[in-house]
Design a protein around this ligand. Structure first.
Ligand code: LMR
Length: 398
């Protein structure tokens, strides 16, 4: 049966973790995967999360099944966090949310459901995008194409190219957008640019699939939801995948949510019933613990305020690392201007390093980055930054 099976390539991001873990060199640094580390190089246990965990253990709840769509208190709070409590889409009942296995799980539920609804639609992702976007939508059976996004000359957004690509797509295509903290480039549209993007999507009757995996890592929880809220207020029907992995530092618990914004409460009820069938035939229903922890934080005024403050600390440490990276590279005498790193949002910097420079960073210096040149700035700290800067300077000079 398995004789002719070929060895699949390593995953471009998680495969780096495997290589990094097997690397025996001391002083190795993992700037590959999108994980926030504190200044001691540890994945933090947020205080708000710890408190909710203690509460949950003390409550000594039984381990029953959750409903197919997950924990109601999590779904409601996740939707409010995204759309705003008073959003008409929320209060009218035309939006619904289901719990998902991280942001990836939310994308997968949405992709499988859309394939059932629009089997011949094209899916358009940004050039470049998160490596798993293409793979995930192709595996769901879609033809995946790219729309222009990043301009390597300006290190910014190629808005004209993007609008032209969106116009050139067949009507009613599925457009995957990064709602904030674009992965991998860190380049986000301005509010005025988002408006032009949304107008074009509306004109073409495209279906937006907004991926928001880094809410809170750009400018703040509310600020980072602005694009989603704009699309919803414009009456665009859309799907939104949320990840709580990074914002709650709960990577291994696989907590995310899929929110679907339809045209009416009646439509929402019918669509939810179909989405539940997708979930039931994939993994039946989601796990409880992490969802209960996130729900408690989101629903408690005190823990929410603590979470918001802890997120602000993570955000400001990343900004500090961006500042230091740029000034230290300059001090190391690199010819390139890295000022663009200061305006990129979220955990990543699209460094401009080539695939062969990334290979040399890994082979010669034990520093791991994604072959696209993406580095996770949130993995830099006061102990490793000088070594990283020296290594980057050395691969840039030779
Ligand atoms: C990343 O882009 O590194 C993260 O979203 C983790 C992942 O699953 O790829």
């Amino acid at each position: 049966l398995f004789e002719a099976v070929e060895l699949a390539p390593r995953d471009p991001i998680l495969g780096l973790n495997e290589q990094y873990n097997a690397d025996e060199r001391t002083g190795k640094v993992n700037l590959g995967v999108g994980v926030y580390y504190d200044d001691q190089g540890r994945v933090p246990l947020l205080k708000c999360v710890h408190q909710a965990e203690v509460d949950r253990v003390q409550a000594a709840g039984a381990h029953s099944y959750l409903p197919i769509e997950g924990l109601a208190s999590l779904n409601k709070a996740a939707r409010e966090l995204l759309l705003g409590k008073d959003s008409e889409a929320n209060t009218s009942g035309r939006a619904f949310t289901v719990q998902a296995l991280g942001g990836t799980g939310a994308l997968k539920i949405g992709a499988d459901y859309l394939k059932q609804l629009l089997p011949n639609a094209k899916v358009a992702i940004s050039a470049p995008s998160w490596e798993n976007h293409r793979a995930l939508f192709e595996r769901a059976g879609f033809d995946v194409v790219e729309y222009a996004y990043y301009d390597p000359q300006s290190h910014g957004l190629n808005l004209d190219g993007m609008l032209a690509s969106l116009k050139a797509l067949p009507d009613s295509s599925i457009v995957v957008l990064h709602a904030c903290c674009h992965n991998p480039t860190g380049v986000d549209p301005t509010p005025a640019q988002w408006q032009q993007i949304a107008d074009t999507i509306k004109e073409k009757n495209h279906i937006s699939f907004l991926d928001i995996a880094y809410q809170g890592f750009g400018d703040g929880l509310v600020e980072d939801a602005a694009a989603v809220r704009m699309f919803v207020q414009m009456g665009l029907t859309c799907l939104i995948s949320t990840s709580f992995s990074k914002s709650f530092s709960l990577y291994g618990e696989r907590i995310g949510a899929l929110t679907v914004v339809t045209s009416s409460a009646d439509e929402a009820k019918r669509v939810l019933s179909q989405v539940k069938r997708v979930i039931r035939t994939n993994y039946s229903n989601p796990p409880t613990f992490g969802g209960a922890v996130v729900a408690e934080v989101l629903n408690s005024e005190k823990l929410f305020a603590l979470w918001d403050a802890e997120l602000a600390q993570m955000r400001s440490r990343i900004k500090e690392m961006r500042d230091q990276l740029v000034s230290k590279l300059q001090a190391a005498g690199v010819a390139q201007n890295f000022d663009f790193v200061l305006t990129q949002k979220g955990m990543f910097s699209y460094s401009g390093l080539t695939a062969s420079q990334v290979d040399r960073l890994r082979e010669e210096h034990g520093i791991y980055a994604v072959s696209s040149g993406r580095i996770c700035v949130a993995a830099l700290n006061s102990q490793n930054i000088d070594g990283v800067v020296d290594a980057i300077a050395s691969v840039l000079k030779k």
